[in-house]
Design a protein around this ligand. Structure first.
Ligand code: APR
Ligand code: PHB
Length: 390
């Protein structure tokens, strides 16, 4: 097979780029290691920046998001016995976020790809990237006993943190920056009415907790847990009891509990790989960077990569202009690092860090004191949370 762009990974990054390019007549294929059912069973975050929502609309994938997603103009932070509200709308100068699950968004992207007859190949094994430094790169994969080859102009590594693309960049070129946090998030999805119409981030001496939602009948809750904990050792009862213990009393009293539909633990990690381009290979999304979920930046950082890459490829194919492709890595990384900073800041401000000095605990408390006493600090939080400009 020969295509202009070969995209590795059928997560949100790969699918969105594939759809946007297809709409502009740029021929591409997506290679995905898993089945579609498997990809669509993953439960992940659910807060979209307004810029991401606009990109979904541009990709003609925004209809259900606009119908079923919720616009959120603010969120709450419970801390030190009080509950403060971050008015995103006011402090960002009129912006907001869309609460819409990544699982639903991925489903919409797959449906859009089907509708246009997009090429998405599932269950590919042993994907390998070749001749990336030449002007005729190609990708091979195994389908049963058969090895298939895809010739292309460009290879996009959108295959997530555990993918193969990043590993194709030589070790002496690739620089990796990483921080692993000493805790994880235990998440529960339940078919219950959310405890609050807006998200509640709770800092508590027992550990962080988050009340989020997917819709008015589907709640998503998280609690900070030690890294050694196993999801199967947490009964639903134990989870609800611990969540309640970390929420303000009036919120805990209103919490509607029910059986968990999904329960899992995600470790918290910050990671960036540089550069995001090597020869004809371009990395995007989780393949190049990971954030802890606290600031809801993961999916949104992937979206900004796709925005830059889409425009760079358009400039190349429509105008013969290489500047976007040449500048991609630097431009994408500049925004990625700002998302890293924001996620690190939110994580540090709201979690309990085992072994912290009493001095550090005081600073953490002061950070929140300062935040809610300063319009400028709130504006900084709001502009990052709704998404910095692309
Ligand atoms: N070959 C083909 N596909 C692969 C390979 C491989 N060797 N390795 C991984 N994949 C696929 C995975 O199965 C997955 O479906 O690549 C896809 C990558 O998708 P994601 O991990 O979802 O990454 P991305 O599309 O960049 O999405 C951004 O934002 O909220 C965060 O982490 C969250 O997934 C989210 C991400
Ligand atoms: C979620 O709903 O899964 C979610 C929301 C906000 C976050 C992280 C996760 O900061």
């Amino acid at each position: 097979m020969k295509v202009q762009v070969c995209i590795i990974g059928g997560g949100p990054s790969g699918l969105l780029l594939s759809q946007l390019l297809h709409l502009k007549g740029i021929d591409n294929v997506v290679l995905e290691r898993q089945s579609r059912q498997y990809v669509l069973a993953r439960i992940r975050a659910g807060v979209l920046e307004h810029g991401f929502a606009a990109l979904m609309r541009e990709a003609q994938c925004g209809e259900r998001m606009d119908r079923e997603g919720e616009i959120h103009d603010g969120f709450l932070i419970a801390h030190d016995g009080v509950m403060d509200r971050v008015d995103l709308h006011t402090y960002s100068g009129g912006s907001s976020v869309v609460v819409y699950g990544q699982t639903e968004l991925t489903r919409d992207l797959y449906e859009a790809r089907d509708k246009l007859g997009g090429k998405v190949i599932h269950n590919v094994e042993d994907v390998a990237l070749h001749d990336l430094k030449s002007d005729a790169p190609y990708v091979t994969y195994r389908d049963g006993d058969q090895i298939n080859r895809i010739d292309c102009d460009y290879v996009i590594g959108a295959d997530g943190f555990h993918g193969v693309s990043r590993k194709a960049i030589p070790k002496d070129v690739l620089r990796e920056y990483e921080r692993v946090y000493p805790f994880g998030w235990l998440g529960v999805l339940s078919r219950t009415k959310p405890v609050s119409p807006e998200l509640i981030y709770a800092k508590h001496e027992r550990g962080f907790a988050l009340c989020s939602l997917r819709s008015q009948v589907l709640s998503r809750y998280y609690i900070q847990v030690p890294l050694e904990d196993k999801a199967e050792d947490w009964s639903d009862e134990a989870f609800w009891a611990e969540l309640k213990a970390r929420l303000p009393e009036e919120v805990a009293a209103k919490l509607v509990t029910g059986p968990s539909i999904e329960k899992s633990i995600a470790p918290l990690r910050s990671f960036v790989a540089e550069p995001m381009r090597w020869g004809r290979l371009f990395l995007a999304g989780d393949a190049a960077h990971i954030v802890p979920p606290t600031g809801a930046r993961g999916l949104n950082s992937a979206a900004s990569d796709i925005y830059y890459l889409y425009h760079a490829l358009l400039d190349h194919y429509q105008n013969g202009d290489e500047a976007g492709l040449d500048g991609y890595s630097a431009k994408a990384l500049a925004r990625v690092w700002k998302a890293q900073r924001f996620s690190w800041w939110m994580t540090t401000m709201l979690h309990r860090f085992p072994g912290n000095l009493p001095y550090e605990d005081k600073l953490q408390q002061t950070e929140l004191d300062y935040l809610f006493s300063s319009d400028k600090a709130l504006s900084s939080l709001a502009e990052n949370y709704v998404g910095l400009p692309f």
